[in-house]
Design a protein around this ligand. Structure first.
Ligand code: GCU
Length: 338
């Protein structure tokens, strides 16, 4: 299905190493490869295209940025591994996937961590919240350079409308490959089926899954709304996507180049976030009117109550996260009065 499964990870890695510099003869520009899982109309891709244009314009004599969408280079987990080894230079990965590379990322996968979109954005823009986490994976060869909006995640199902947590009992629900998400489903009484994003459509179609959970774009961009007719706004997570860099690549840039790349990271973030709200509105409209998905608005309190124990267990296992958690609560409190 993907490049990787066709060629094998090892073959891909070595062929990329060999062609690490520009393709044509006499072209010694470094090719900067960025992989992601989304379609070419998704806000993540629009952000990365703007980044590619900016870097190619400012530093085009030395670098050529190439963006690979749609899991062309592998699943998200595989692409993080490729970024770690330097086979590619950047990947867009969910904090859910990052928690298997550094446990600290678990904090962002806690259900109902943020009490509003405003608090979410403000906390993610606060370096005191993000620096201790984004920079902790440098030993693993990775560093997070920007966060991107991925909206709010909600449950959606083929046949069973989810109005309350007990409706999930016995249902097989796809989650991202993250222990926190598996535990989340357990607390709700459902059965978590972790798998890569690109495999979800087929698994839904084959009836291996009863549903999944994601933002609205999964319904349209990934076609899940063709199969799942109930989308239930339980609002369990605001899980950001991250632009993650190979650490050595960043550190080998000269100061001048680094400044230009840093500006580029801001461009990805701004472009992506500016496109997000409209993309969600458009997806919802298409899902409702063309795919005939029913949107359900349950009382979120019983869901929040059922998932609350995850906050305590993650903090107990990672006490160093407590000050960051407390800071996030301050951002939440600052917005309850809005
Ligand atoms: C969203 C998110 C992706 C993630 C996907 C998933 O689309 O933006 O980063 O891979 O959900 O559920 O796997």
């Amino acid at each position: 299905r993907t490049f990787l499964s066709l060629m094998g990870a090892a073959a891909l890695t070595s062929s990329m190493m060999l062609t690490g510099c520009g393709a044509g003869s006499g072209d010694d520009r470094k090719i900067v490869r960025i992989g992601h899982v989304q379609s070419q109309t998704h806000p993540d891709h629009l952000g990365l295209e703007a980044f590619a244009n900016y870097i190619n314009e400012k530093l085009g004599d030395k670098y050529r940025v190439e963006v690979y969408p749609s899991e062309l280079l592998g699943s998200q987990t595989e692409m993080v591994q490729l970024t770690q080894t330097g086979a590619i230079d950047f990947v867009v990965a969910s904090t859910a996937i990052m928690e298997t590379f550094s446990a600290k990322y678990q904090i962002f996968n806690l259900p109902y961590l943020f009490s509003s979109v405003e608090a979410y954005h403000e906390a993610m823009d606060d370096p005191e919240v993000t620096d201790p986490i984004f920079k902790t994976t440098s030993k693993a060869g990775l560093e997070t350079v920007a966060w991107l909006d991925a909206g709010t995640r909600n449950f959606y199902t083929i046949k069973t409308p989810i109005n309350q947590p007990s409706d999930l009992k016995g249902l097989k629900i796809r989650v991202q490959q993250s222990p926190t998400n598996v535990e989340m489903l357990r607390l709700l009484g459902g059965t978590a089926t972790p798998m890569g994003f690109g495999d979800v459509y087929t698994a839904l179609q084959a009836g291996i899954l009863d549903g999944a959970e994601n933002n609205e774009l999964a319904l349209t961009d990934n076609g899940h709304g063709d199969i799942c007719k109930y989308y239930s706004y339980d609002m369990h997570q605001m899980v950001p996507d991250l632009l993650v860099a190979n650490y050595a690549f960043l550190n080998e840039l000269s100061d001048e180049e680094r400044a230009i790349f840093e500006e580029g990271f801001q461009i990805v973030k701004r472009t992506e976030q500016d496109a997000w709200e409209d993309a969600v509105a458009e997806a919802k409209d298409k899902a409702e009117n063309e795919q005939h998905v029913n949107f359900i608005y349950p009382d979120t309190a019983p869901f929040q109550e059922a998932m609350a124990p995850l906050h305590d267990s993650v903090l107990a296992a990672n006490p160093e996260l407590q000050p960051i958690y407390d800071l996030i609560q301050q951002h939440n409190a600052a917005h309850t009065a809005d």
